[in-house]
Design a protein around this ligand. Structure first.
Ligand code: FBP
Length: 554
């Protein structure tokens, strides 16, 4: 066994809390069904594509007497980006399965969906699972981003399950991975393979959520880690009073992470991509607003501050969003233009090629960008066809552009304005952190719920644990049909069924609370220093959930 820290040793003894219905009944519950459901949009298209799994009812667990079952074998994968608490989902799944029948077995497929296709696994025994309880990371079986979508892959998965005697799969992932889960569940049902598929909502981005899925796991811990780091930087900035810190925060598309960190720390400025899009802001307009704020603080003698930049910003600036859409089609896997592009060598040739294929408006936008950014926008897509926004240095771009504006501002200079920016990118610092109590409890409950759904013979559901702004004993557990979250979107140049991402709602309480305070936070130095996540101590310190969840559901 690898050496472990004193904290990890103490933390291993933590027993995650479960909703009362599971704590008191184990997985032996009654399933209460709601009404038949519909997909969030494109009902006709989704209904046709998922003829065997569309319209299932929502499920809530109630005390009851589901019977002990004959022993079964279950497979699990961790899919996509790491998120704190994944190990506890597996621990909850393991404990739930063992409660159903001591002889149940859990196969952990290695490296995400590819492990499932290539039949690479390790057995998750009590000894293995115990080593990972309440720890961060996905290293128990590792993760990957292979997209499960082809007939061949599905055949391979079914064959591997048949070879091992596996009758149920649990896919722990974000919107793309649960889209895979939905496709796989439908295929298994259509082909009569008798293999159940259950999803679990993971992603630090916080964008896999809806009425039933109140939050994805990992968001709580990751945002607490980032907020701690931002608080530390704020204190440094407020001590030295000479730097402006531009901090980009992970969150591929939605700005939930940036918004949560702004609410926790009261940063001077936080861009919200969804607002930028709604207000049709331009890059030049954003830079002008930032420069005006930096100047106002300088005129008050404050040549320092903190700006939070959501990772996905670039795609939400309307002209850049259109440009990226065109580049996506141009570079779509399997297209003739992508093949031509692949043969080019050197950034200059790639820029010339792309510029010649874009519409005039996008070509103009493209021409106005620095070459490094052009290169980043044309770089490889992830397997789901997304631009890899974590590699686009928006924080540097904004800091440079603000510097250029201020350089020309005589009043700013005369008032002693000094703009000395530092840039940061926080993402990997939080994705594998040891889960907060909230995530440790929530993840364990999700895993246990998945085991309960399997025990009840269900497929094409996402494990869902609700009422999570209340103490864990008041949480409700059950299942949400995967097809309920689907709509049609353009990916790789084609319309595809995918789970809809939940973006920041501009009329939602978290954004409204931020909007009501941001003018003051910009001029004043109203910083809050959240400090590190605490695991031992008063419940109001250790068990408090994130601000977004409390505002939305508290
Ligand atoms: P998931 O949606 O898979 O949970 O990924 C979250 C995320 O951390 C994003 O915030 C980020 O853009 C992306 O993963 C980075 O992924 P990678 O490390 O694979 O480049």
């Amino acid at each position: 066994m690898a050496p472990i820290s004193a904290l990890q040793q103490a933390r291993a003894a933590y027993q995650p809390k479960l909703p009362t219905v599971l704590a008191e009944n184990g997985p032996f519950v009654t399933l209460v069904e709601g009404a038949a459901t519909e997909s969030v949009a494109d009902q006709a298209a989704i209904g046709e594509l998922f003829a065997n799994t569309y319209g299932l009812p929502t499920i809530t667990f109630a005390p009851g007497s589901q019977k002990e079952l004959p022993a079964i074998k279950v497979g699990v994968i961790l899919s996509g980006g790491q998120a704190p608490g994944g190990h506890n989902v597996i621990a909850g799944l393991f404990d739930g399965l063992k409660a159903l029948n001591e002889d149940n077995e859990l196969f952990g497929f290695l490296g995400g969906p590819s492990g499932l296709v290539n039949d690479k696994f390790r057995m998750l025994t009590e000894e293995v699972v115990d080593e990972y309880r309440n720890t961060g990371g996905f290293d128990i079986i590792c993760s990957g981003r292979t997209k499960l979508e082809t007939e061949e892959q599905f055949e391979q998965v079914a064959a591997n399950c048949a070879k091992r005697g596996i009758s149920a799969l649990v896919i722990i992932g974000g919107d793309d991975s649960n889209t895979n889960a939905c496709l796989l569940a439908e295929w298994m049902k259509a082909k009569g393979k008798g293999i159940q598929v259950i999803g679990c909502p993971k992603t630090i981005d916080g964008d896999l959520r809806n009425e039933q899925i109140e939050i994805s796991f990992g968001f709580d811990t990751a945002t607490k880690v980032y907020s701690e780091l931002i608080g530390n930087i704020m204190r440094d900035a407020n001590s030295a009073r000479k730097y402006w810190h531009f901090i980009k925060l992970m969150g591929r598309s939605a700005s939930h992470i940036a918004l949560e960190c702004a609410l926790q720390t009261h940063a001077n400025y936080c861009l919200i991509s969804e607002e930028v899009e709604a207000e049709k802001q331009t890059l030049a307009g954003i830079v002008a607003d930032l420069a005006a704020m930096v100047k106002a603080r300088a005129l008050a003698g404050n040549n320092f501050g903190i700006v939070l930049v959501p990772e996905g910003l670039i795609e939400f600036i309307p002209s850049l969003g259109v440009l990226i859409g065109e580049l996506n089609d141009l570079l779509a896997e399997g297209s003739a233009t992508a093949a031509e592009f692949a043969k080019l060598s050197g950034l200059g040739a790639q820029i010339a090629f792309a510029s010649g294929k874009l519409t005039p408006a996008s070509a103009e936008t493209f021409a106005g960008l620095p070459d490094t950014l052009k290169g980043q926008l044309m770089a490889d897509r992830d397997p789901h066809g997304n631009v890899q926004v974590s590699k686009i240095e928006t924080e540097k771009l904004l800091a440079d552009m603000v510097a250029a504006v201020l350089k020309k501002d005589a009043e700013y200079k005369a008032a002693g304005g000094r703009f000395s920016p530092q840039t940061h990118f926080f993402g990997y610092e939080g994705r594998c952190a040891a889960p907060s109590n909230f995530d440790a409890d929530y993840c364990y409950s999700l895993g246990y719920t998945a085991a309960t759904l399997i025990g009840a013979g269900r497929t094409a559901y996402m494990a869902s644990v609700r009422n999570v702004a209340s103490p864990a004993c008041e949480w409700e557990a059950g299942g949400t049909p995967l097809t309920m979250m689907m709509n049609m979107e353009r990916r790789h140049g084609h319309d595809r069924p995918v789970i809809r991402k939940a973006l920041v709602e501009l009329d939602g309480k978290p954004f409204l609370s931020f909007a009501a305070n941001r003018a003051r936070w910009a001029v004043e130095t109203d910083y809050v220093y959240p400090g590190p996540i605490q695991y031992f101590g008063p419940t109001e310190v250790c068990d408090a959930a994130n601000v977004t969840l409390m505002l939305e559901r508290g």
